[in-house]
Design a protein around this ligand. Structure first.
Ligand code: FAD
Length: 280
C-alpha cells in the first residue's frame, strides 16, 4: 500500500488499485491513461516483466469496461537494452492492446531517445492504424520538423512543454521561449492534423485557452491531458464544458521517486506534503 500522502499523485501499487482509481475518475467524466512507473532498465528481464504487466493490463482494461488506456516509456520496455528489445516489446503491447480495443500512448524521454521512439511509433501507427499516440516536446528545436513528419502518420500526438533538462544547443531553455514554441506547435497541429489527433498535454490555463481558440478557428477535435493530482478541479470543469479530458495516472511499486519529483516541482505541493506529514 502506498502511504496516503502519495495517493494524491499515484494511483496505487497494483493494477486493481489503478483500475479502482480509474473507476472513480470516470465517474466525473474524466478518462484515464494508466502508466506503470519504471524507466531506464538496462537489462532485458525487468523490461520484459513490465511489458508482461502491460499485456495483462490491457486485457483487464477491456474486461473492466472503463474509459482507460495506457502510456508506456521506451526505456521501461527495452530502449536502453538495445538489440531491438524496445521495438519488439512496444509492438507486442500495441498488438495486444489493438486486439482488446485499448489505446496505447508512448511517452517521450530525453533527446537521445527521440529518433528511435519516433521510428518505432511510426511503424506501429502504420500497422495498427488509429490505436497509438506519441508525446512530443515543445522545448526541443527539432519538434516542428517532427510534427511535419507526424502529420502524415495515422495516430494521435500529445504536445507537452518537455520535462528533461536538455542541452542549450538543441532546446529552448527560457520559459517564455518554450511557451512560444508550444503555441506555434499547437497551431500547426490544429491546422494540419486530422480531427481527434491533437492532445494538449498541459496544466497551463493559457495553453488550454489557446487550444479552445484554435478549435474554434480550425474545427479540429482535440483532447486535454493532465496529471493525476494536478488541477483536478480544472479537469472536471473542462469536462462540464464538453472537452474530452484524460488524466494521466501513474501507479506501481516504484512510486517513490515520481512522488518526490511532483512534490519538489511546486511550492504548493511541498506545503501539501508537509501538512499531510504534520496531520493538518
Ligand atoms: P507549466 O509551465 O509547468 O505551468 C504553467 C502554468 O500551469 C502554471 O503557471 C500554473 O498556472 C499551471 N500549473 C502547472 N502545474 C500546476 C499545479 N501543480 N497546480 C496548479 N497549477 C499548475 N514530459 C515529457 O518530457 N515527456 C512526456 O512523455 C510527458 N508526458 C506528459 C503527460 C501528461 C499528461 C502531462 C500533463 C505532462 C507530461 N509531461 C511529459 C510533462 C511536461 O513536459 C511538463 O513538464 C509538465 O506538464 C509541466 O508543464 P505545463 O504545461 O503543465 O505547465
Amino acid at each position: 500500500m502506498i502511504p496516503p500522502i502519495a495517493s494524491r499523485f499515484v494511483a496505487g501499487e497494483t493494477p486493481p488499485e489503478a483500475l479502482d482509481h480509474a473507476r472513480r475518475v470516470n465517474e466525473d467524466g474524466v478518462k484515464v491513461i494508466l502508466n506503470l512507473l519504471g524507466e531506464h532498465y538496462d537489462e532485458r528481464p525487468p523490461a520484459d516483466a513490465d511489458t508482461a504487466t502491460y499485456l495483462q493490463l490491457v486485457r483487464d482494461i477491456e474486461g473492466s469496461g472503463l474509459d482507460a488506456c495506457i502510456s508506456v516509456k521506451p526505456s521501461q520496455i527495452g530502449l536502453d537494452v538495445g538489440e531491438g528489445a524496445f521495438e519488439e516489446n512496444y509492438r507486442r503491447i500495441v498488438k495486444e492492446a489493438d486486439d482488446h480495443g485499448v489505446f496505447v500512448w508512448c511517452d517521450m524521454e530525453d533527446h537521445e531517445t527521440t529518433d528511435a521512439t519516433l521510428d518505432a511509433f511510426e511503424a506501429c501507427a502504420e500497422e495498427f492504424e488509429g490505436d497509438v499516440g506519441l508525446c512530443v516536446q515543445a522545448n526541443l528545436h527539432r519538434t516542428r520538423e517532427d510534427l511535419e513528419r507526424l502529420a502524415d502518420v495515422p495516430g494521435k500526438v500529445r504536445l507537452v512543454k518537455g520535462a528533461y533538462d536538455e542541452p542549450k544547443s538543441i532546446s529552448y531553455k527560457d520559459k517564455a521561449e518554450v511557451n512560444e514554441a508550444y503555441r506555434e506547435d499547437l497551431e500547426f497541429m490544429f491546422a494540419r492534423f486530422d480531427d481527434g489527433e491533437v492532445a494538449v498535454g498541459s496544466h497551463d490555463p493559457a495553453m488550454i485557452d489557446y487550444a479552445k481558440e484554435l478549435h474554434e478557428e480550425y474545427g479540429t477535435g482535440y483532447e486535454v491531458q493532465m496529471l493525476m493530482g494536478v488541477r483536478e478541479d480544472a479537469q472536471r470543469d473542462l469536462v462540464a464544458e464538453g472537452v474530452d479530458v484524460w488524466q494521466y495516472a501513474p501507479y506501481g511499486p516504484k512510486w517513490a521517486s515520481y512522488f518526490y519529483r511532483r512534490v519538489r516541482e511546486r511550492k504548493e505541493n511541498l506545503l501539501f506534503a508537509a501538512r499531510a506529514v504534520l496531520g493538518r
